[in-house]
Design a binder for this molecule. Structure first.
Ligand code: CP
Length: 313
């Protein structure tokens, strides 16, 4: 079975094929009648053990617009709350005859594990602090729509790198597409081992956002994930915004240096912490474009995994 578990599963040609198909799906999104018959008779289960607004909704819409039957199962309201294990839960759902499982889980590696247990396509919709490959694809799609080919473009990814699954997947996808990447964070939010990865892969690390901004074509602000910070939030919220927030003055610096530069945020945003409302709502902001692209990209991913195969049920 084909899966999408990690951004590293996709080479440059495969990413380009998914983004090209997403562009076709995006035209479907703007039509009055959006449904395609492509996945009629296929069943997709969204299995979410962590909260989500964008990813779960867009996978559901994506599956439905491809005419698949889509079922949502979340930890709250399922027998997980009675103590049923992840393995028993996925084997139970798989036994009903599903074609694809889209899974979000707080444990890094959960999607890889599930793919070994079931005879269905598995899509990683975010596993702990590890990866979020469809987010990286929709980010690349959104940036490409405004900037053109990302080869040689400079993307600054800023913020809570330690707790971010988005940064790992984006690094892999952006570097595969030939973009230049700089990771910017306070020393306390730089993951251990990132220096060795940067040295071997050729991306940059910085603690100085103001030095990086003037050369950026795209600035991706990451959410400060306070729910994953058991030891408290260090630096303080105020220090963080002063040092690493995309404030109005920094937006002006970015725009002065490069009027075509764009701003991304995977959401949900902490407005006033990592990104000011002025930046989140600026003409340069792709935040809602990213949400819209999420449907098209997830349609494309489901299409590439499932089309042309026999149904399970
Ligand atoms: N970007 C993202 O994964 O958002 P959700 O948690 O709302 O799905």
């Amino acid at each position: 079975k084909r899966h999408l578990l990690s951004s590293a599963d996709l080479d440059r040609d495969q990413i380009k094929a998914i983004l090209d198909t997403a562009a076709e799906m995006h035209t479907v999104q703007s039509r009055e009648v959006k449904k395609l018959p492509t996945l009629r008779g296929r069943t997709v289960v969204n299995l979410f053990f962590e909260d989500s607004t964008r990813t779960r909704s867009s996978f559901e819409i994506a599956g439905k617009w491809l005419s698949a039957d889509v079922i949502n199962v979340s930890a709250k309201g399922s027998s997980t709350s009675k103590g049923e294990s992840l393995r028993d839960t996925v084997l139970t759902i798989a036994a009903m005859g599903v074609d694809a499982l889209v899974i979000r889980h707080s444990a890094s590696g959960a999607a890889h594990q599930v793919a070994q247990w079931v005879d269905a396509h598995v899509v990683n919709a975010g596993d702990g602090m590890h990866e979020h490959p469809t987010q990286a694809l929709l980010d690349a799609y959104s940036m490409q729509q405004r900037l053109g080919d990302l080869e040689g473009r400079h993307v600054a990814i800023v913020g809570d790198l330690t707790h971010s699954r988005v940064v790992r997947s984006n690094l892999i996808t952006l570097r595969t597409l030939g973009a230049k990447v700089t990771l910017v964070a306070p020393p306390t939010l730089m993951p251990s081992g990132i220096g060795a990865w940067a040295a071997s892969d050729g991306f940059e690390l910085s603690h100085d956002l103001d030095a990086v901004l003037p050369t950026a074509d795209a600035v991706m602000m990451l959410r400060v994930q306070r729910e994953r910070m058991s030891g408290g939030f260090f630096p303080t919220a105020r220090e963080y915004t002063v040092g690493y927030g995309l404030t109005r003055p920094r937006l002006e610096t970015l725009t002065r240096a490069n009027p075509d530069a764009v701003i991304c945020h995977p959401g949900p945003m902490n407005r006033g912490l990592e990104i000011a409302a002025d930046a989140a709502d600026a003409a340069q902001s792709l935040v809602l474009d990213q949400v819209s692209a999420g449907v098209a990209v997830r349609m494309s991913v489901l299409y590439h995994l499932l089309s042309g195969e026999e149904t399970q049920s």
